[in-house]
Design a protein around this ligand. Structure first.
Ligand SMILES: N[C@@H](CCC(=O)N[C@@H](CS)C(=O)NCC(=O)O)C(=O)O
Length: 209
């Protein structure tokens, strides 16, 4: 049996949606960031980096959304990743950009202490992070122009990942409704039963009015 570790509303929602969409059976455990459960001795045995998501399989543990999503699709739901090698490379390229650029721009807002020990620059880091994060959301909006899903006509694990950032934008009060393509796509996402189940389990801000 798979065991999935996540924190409600964190980037782990990407893998959570991938797992739920795949139809694979999995046990899940929610960790609370408020009580620093991701740093507990018990969880550090699962992921010594103290981060979510983590997926425990028979052969050990997989961390990083991109790796978990590629594994889950390959093992349980091949339709969730493109078969064509070029298209597959594009899917991985997008997820790598989410992980290397979009996510860290938000981390500058939520955890500026990770980037500078001088507290006097934290407000500046947060402001720059907010601008960069907003620019990234606008880029995702542009990528969705004329498309049903992130990769075109077919829903894929990349879509669950992209939903994380729309929710974070909403959470920090960015004008996400102005992003017409991203918002219409978000509504299509919310109409998917598996996505809805995950968002309800996580009590997501995306379900609030
Ligand atoms: N690139 C990693 C990022 C993992 C990550 O930073 N997760 C955050 C949640 S969004 C976390 O666990 N933060 C807890 C902490 O920093 O203490 C991935 O995609 O899995």
């Amino acid at each position: 049996m798979l065991k999935f570790y996540y924190a409600p509303g964190a980037c782990s929602t990407a893998s959570h949606i991938g797992l739920e969409e795949s139809g694979a059976k999995f046990d899940s455990q929610a960790l609370s960031f408020a009580t620093n459960e991701q740093k507990s001795a018990e969880y550090l045995k699962v992921n010594p980096r103290g981060r979510v998501p983590a997926l425990v399989i028979d052969d050990g543990t997989i961390v990083e959304n991109t790796a978990i999503l590629d594994y889950v699709a390959g093992k349980y739901a091949p339709q969730l990743m493109p078969k064509d090698l070029v298209q597959r490379a594009r899917a991985i390229s997008l997820m790598a950009w989410f992980s290397n650029n979009v996510h860290p721009s938000f981390t500058h807002i939520s955890r500026p202490e990770r980037f500078a020990t001088d507290t006097s620059v934290h407000d500046h880091l947060k402001a720059v992070g907010r601008e960069n994060f907003h620019a990234n959301l606008k880029e995702i909006d542009g990528l969705l122009a004329g498309k049903q899903w992130m990769l075109g006509d077919a829903f894929s694990v990349v879509d669950g990942y992209a939903l994380v950032f729309y929710g974070w934008g909403k959470r920090i009060g960015l004008p996400v409704a102005e992003l017409k393509n991203y918002t219409a796509w978000k509504d299509r996402m919310l109409a998917r039963p598996a996505v809805k189940r995950v968002l309800e389990r996580e009590q997501s801000v995306l379900l609030a009015a």
